[in-house]
Design a protein around this ligand. Structure first.
Ligand code: BES
Ligand code: ZN
Ligand code: ZN
Length: 494
């Protein structure tokens, strides 16, 4: 879908969206239109009991005296409550109404309405972002009935500050592209998105100014990454580690690190998962997708930060060569791990990726994202991702970014008693902690590899895939994490 910003005027043809605030408050042009048409809008609102309440819409078909095919009145709620995040959702809702019988193009008239606290240029840009996020589709594998719902192909936003709005949208557009990349990666099936294919997609991001490097199994073996490599042993597809770097600050300024779990398919390995719903495990690389999308977004908008994104890419398959329950592996850190369940593989991938990132980049903080445990779904459902951290300030900043981006987080505890649960009789630790507190013991496992570096682990098993539909996220993959971490960076670290 194309988005453009044009000067403020009332479009005389086609489909037009007009914003109405609660109490039927309108902007100047809308009021003029109402009076020029002898109170057409007011009469329609009267008949439909439309007050401008949030999420309410009123459609006026073939309005008498106008050449427009359709007018859509969009209730925006209280004008002073229309902040950036509410505006994004509004943009998504509006787009949800458009297309189909409204035709392929439409214009939204964005005027100042009494009481509005956000500048119209910002409102315009956020509406555009919400509309763009809503427009995402994954139908590359549909050969027939593609776009049954006749989506909008072009959206025009009309504002008195079109140049400012266009400028404000530019970085948001880059973030939306990052979200789309993450969604595309999570939606892509595992027969086409295996570790090397994922790495190739990352290599393509070089065009955005990112430095991208890929390590193959030989290079990882040399580094001693036997925990990560053990997970890929049953797969025909070689494992990879991808390192993406963005230098948006000074060369000697510190770096901030993001690490992602990229299990391109998780069968469980020898500890095979049950069949029902196993197809969802093509999305077990949601952490790696979020890191890739974030790095693309930071580069795309030229963020003033030095960031490094590291993703561990493996496929977890059962096979004669696969690792077994009971095996012991030595991680890159030197710590040994007894593998009691080959389905608890994400932590094995992450521990070596964390060690590598800390050793090599000595980052100011390290944040990892992973579709790590089914238990996080039991605890938090699909509303919040789990947040674990050894640093209160980082945790606080993350939770705040969660609230303002709408990609919410809920902090869960860590502690010595939980840590004990992963002590092993034969090695330094085991990779499962037993029946209880499954998400916490997984986090304790990761914590053993980060030392004193400020660290946060986001368990996104409930939020990255099979996502509830919202105004701005309609696909199976949500792209969770990209907007959250972009917000964190923008608010606190650049
Ligand atoms: N990839 C899964 C976690 C998962 C579950 C992600 C549901 C998305 C939706 C992970 O590798 C896993 O299998 N975890 C096990 C851990 C257990 C064996 C300790 C789990 O959660 O059951
Ligand atoms: Zn698993
Ligand atoms: Zn997994």
């Amino acid at each position: 879908m194309k988005i453009n910003f044009a000067a403020l005027s009332m479009p005389e043809k086609g489909s037009v969206v007009l914003l109405i605030a609660q109490g039927r408050k309108m902007g100047e042009l809308t009021r003029q239109l109402d009076s020029q048409t002898g109170g057409l809008l007011t009469r329609a609102m009267d008949m439909a009991d439309f007050t401008g309440k949030k999420k309410s819409f009123l459609e006026i078909v073939a309005p008498e005296g106008l050449e427009n095919s359709r007018l859509l009145l969009a209730g925006i709620g209280k004008a002073d409550k229309l902040d950036e995040s509410a505006t994004e959702l509004l943009g998504g809702e509006i787009l949800g109404k458009l297309g189909g019988k409204f035709g392929k193009t439409a214009a939204v008239v964005v005027e100042n309405i009494e009481g509005m606290k956000t500048e119209t240029a910002q409102i315009c840009a956020r509406l555009a972002l919400g509309a763009k996020l809503r427009s995402y589709r994954f139908n590359k594998y549909k050969t027939a009935k593609k776009d049954n719902d006749k989506p909008l192909t072009s959206l025009s936003l009309r504002t008195a500050h079109s140049t400012l709005a266009r400028k404000a949208f530019k970085p948001l557009d880059a973030v939306a592209d990052g979200v789309f990349l993450a969604r595309d990666l999570v939606n892509e099936p595992a027969n086409t998105l295996y570790p090397a294919a994922f790495a190739r997609r990352c290599e393509k991001l070089k065009s955005t100014g990112l430095k991208v490097e890929t390590l193959n199994e030989k290079a990882m073996k040399k580094l001693g990454m036997r925990a990560l490599l053990g997970v890929g042993k049953g797969s025909e597809r070689g494992s990879r580690l991808v390192i993406m770097r963005w230098t948006g600050a000074g060369k000697d300024d510190p770096a901030y690190a993001f690490v992602g779990k990229g299990v391109t398919f998780d069968t469980g390995g020898i500890s095979l998962k049950p069949g029902a719903g196993m197809g969802d495990m093509k999305g077990d690389m949601g952490g790696a997708a979020a890191v890739s999308g974030l790095m693309a977004a930071l580069a795309g908008r030229g963020a003033k930060i030095n960031a490094v994104g590291v993703i561990g890419l493996v496929e977890n398959m059962p096979d004669g060569r696969a690792q077994r329950p009971g095996d012991v592996v030595t991680s890159m850190s030197g710590q040994t791990i007894e593998i009691l369940n080959t389905d608890a593989e994400g932590r094995l991938v992450l521990c070596d990726a964390l060690s590598y990132t800390i050793d090599k980049f000595k980052p100011e903080f390290i944040i990892n994202l992973a579709t790590l445990t089914g238990a996080i779904l039991v605890a938090l459902g699909k509303e919040h991702a789990g947040l674990f951290s050894n640093n209160d300030k980082l945790a606080k900043n993350l939770a705040a970014a969660g609230r303002s981006s709408g990609e919410k987080l809920w902090r869960l505890p860590l502690g010595e008693a939980y840590d004990k649960m992963i002590d092993s009789k034969v090695a330094d630790m085991k990779n499962i902690g037993g029946r209880f507190a499954g998400s916490i013991t997984a986090a304790q496992f990761l914590q053993r590899f980060v030392g004193k570096t400020p660290w946060a682990h986001l368990d996104i098993a409930g939020t990255a895939m099979d996502s509830p539909k919202t105004a701005i996220s309609q696909s199976w993959a949500s792209g969770y994490g990209v907007r959250l971490l972009n917000q964190l960076v923008a608010d606190h670290y650049e």
